[in-house]
Design a protein around this ligand. Structure first.
Ligand code: AMP
Ligand code: ZN
Length: 478
């Protein structure tokens, strides 16, 4: 593909040409979910973004090794070392073992990943599988970069150059969120090993040179990315909240371990740090601590297909805030239905030769996604391609399928019927609706309009709206 791939690097706050370290295998690390609760649809936006990045790499002809981790230990209720371990807290509240909690929410997350057609990574790295490597990593940096407090082993951020470059800590308000802990040398210092409090047994704890305890959350990602990808790798992704604390702390650890700051100024462990912006709702950023939050299942229960949410995310640039409203996700579902209908029609159409080629569409599509993953600009190219009558149905379908390998909308696999608004609490099932509609078609064919209207009213009473002559071909909706 022709256009150079250009991506926004949060480190430099600018768009840069992407040059893979090894084109045969672009290496991407994505901070994964903390599995103490369900993921909300805002979290899923982060994984949709990372998936789009991986799909664009493949479109560009690169090989890919993508790693996403599962955080099942170490993430505290505050990102900056204060509060409880989120996992321990959830297990206590639910009176379950921490392992059961992790297994349950990991399975729920993977189910959402599948429903959103997010490509599974080369490996899901589970934090608790890497504790020996975390201890070994910490040992290599402890003498020069860390100090001990009663509560654990702390990283001294003044021992690495340029701490907080990613966060722009001097100008951002972010650091003020850091909670004070007695004895810290610098407010931004963070625990890389958290000692278990005397007399208290945690469900998850390991022996270490710094006593029994658990790894710090930031250490986990440094270790798993190093173990699975090596440093430096190509791209590290996460939500924009990670730009302030989690990723600067990962960078500090990576610099300390590499000890290569003179030879390699600017070493951070990854060449590019990319962050998706938030999904917000009228109340602000969607977050789990806010209590009620929207899960993918909530959308499905309201008759929204998961891929409609995927399309809604693709319709906005990943660096823009995206506001969730029911109207916007329903509009995305209608847009998806139009695409699916166009593909269905082309499949049924008799073939004929193309006049001219489809090259300008692939060029326009390529230019859009190469421009920092500009999917909102790529989507109309697909619309125009599908509608171009100068091109044969077969040529249009072939190119649409290629575009869909980037978009992941499964345009060839889903049907319009899959996209009906069909809330889970509807009082009538599909077979009954179809039977009544068949009866109604017969009545209309026999010009028995009274019977036809009566059937329509019966359906309406059950919450089914019959849509005669709907250009989108929706026979009914609930
Ligand atoms: P967590 O399970 O809290 O560690 O979050 C998983 C991912 O979702 C991280 O990359 C977060 O940065 C990201 N994230 C959290 N909230 C939102 C949101 N409202 N919109 C988009 N991404 C988010
Ligand atoms: Zn991480």
């Amino acid at each position: 593909m022709n256009a150079p791939l250009r991506l926004y690097n949060s480190l430099t706050r600018s768009i840069e040409d992407f040059r893979p370290i090894d084109p045969a295998e672009v290496r991407i690390y994505t901070c994964g979910p903390t599995v103490y609760n369900y993921q909300h649809i805002g979290n899923m936006r982060a994984f949709l973004f990372a998936d789009t990045l991986g799909r664009v790499m493949r479109w560009k002809g690169y090989g890919l090794r993508h790693i996403i981790n599962i955080t099942d230990v170490g993430h505290l209720t505050s990102d900056a070392d204060a509060g409880d371990d989120k996992m321990e807290k959830a297990a206590r509240a639910q009176q379950k073992s921490i392992w059961d909690v992790a297994a349950h929410y990991t399975a729920a997350f993977k189910h959402d990943v599948e429903r959103l057609n997010i490509t599974p990574p080369a490996k899901w790295t589970v934090a608790t599988d890497y504790v020996p490597q975390m201890i070994a990593f910490a040992e290599t940096i402890a003498d020069k970069h860390c100090y001990r407090l009663d509560s654990g082993l702390y990283f001294d951020v003044s021992t690495v150059p340029d701490y907080g470059r990613l966060a722009r800590a001097a100008t951002d308000a972010g650091e003020s969120r850091i909670d004070p802990i007695d004895g810290k040398r610098n407010p931004q210092d963070f625990a890389i090993w958290r000692s278990s409090p005397p007399g208290e047994q945690r469900q998850m704890e390991w022996d270490s040179p710094w006593g029994r305890g658990a790894p710090g959350w930031h250490l986990e990602c440094s270790v798993m990315s190093l173990a699975e990808l090596g440093h430096p790798f190509d791209v590290h992704t996460g939500g924009i909240d990670h730009r302030e604390i989690h990723h600067p702390n990962e960078i500090a650890q990576n610099q300390a371990r590499c000890a290569c700051t003179d030879a390699e100024p600017g070493f951070t462990g990854a060449k590019l740090w990319m962050h998706n912006n938030f999904l917000v709702d009228r109340g602000g950023k969607m977050s789990k601590s806010a209590g009620e939050f929207l899960r993918l299942q909530t959308l499905v229960d309201r008759g929204i297909h998961p891929l409609s949410y995927r399309l809604m995310c693709l319709s906005a640039h990943y660096r823009s805030e995206l506001e969730f409203t029911w109207e916007s996700v329903i509009a995305a579902q209608t847009r998806l239905k139009r695409l699916v209908q166009a593909v269905e029609k082309l499949r049924a159409a008799p073939d004929k030769p193309s006049r001219g080629t489809a090259d300008r569409y692939s060029e326009a599509f390529d230019a859009a996604i190469s421009d920092d993953l500009n999917t909102p600009r790529a989507l109309p190219v697909l619309d125009e391609l599908l509608a171009d009558k100068a091109l044969s149905p077969a040529d249009r379908l072939t190119m649409a399928a290629a575009f869909d390998r980037v978009l992941g909308l499964e345009l060839a696999a889903i049907t319009r019927a899959d996209l009906r608004l069909r809330p889970a609490d509807a009082g009538i099932d599909e077979a009954a609706i179809e039977a009544k509609l068949a009866e109604r078609r017969e009545a209309r064919a026999a010009k028995d309009f009274a019977r036809s209207d009566a059937l329509r009213d019966e359906l309406a009473a059950a919450g089914v709206e019959v849509m005669d002559g709907d250009p989108l071909g929706w026979d009914w909706r609930l």
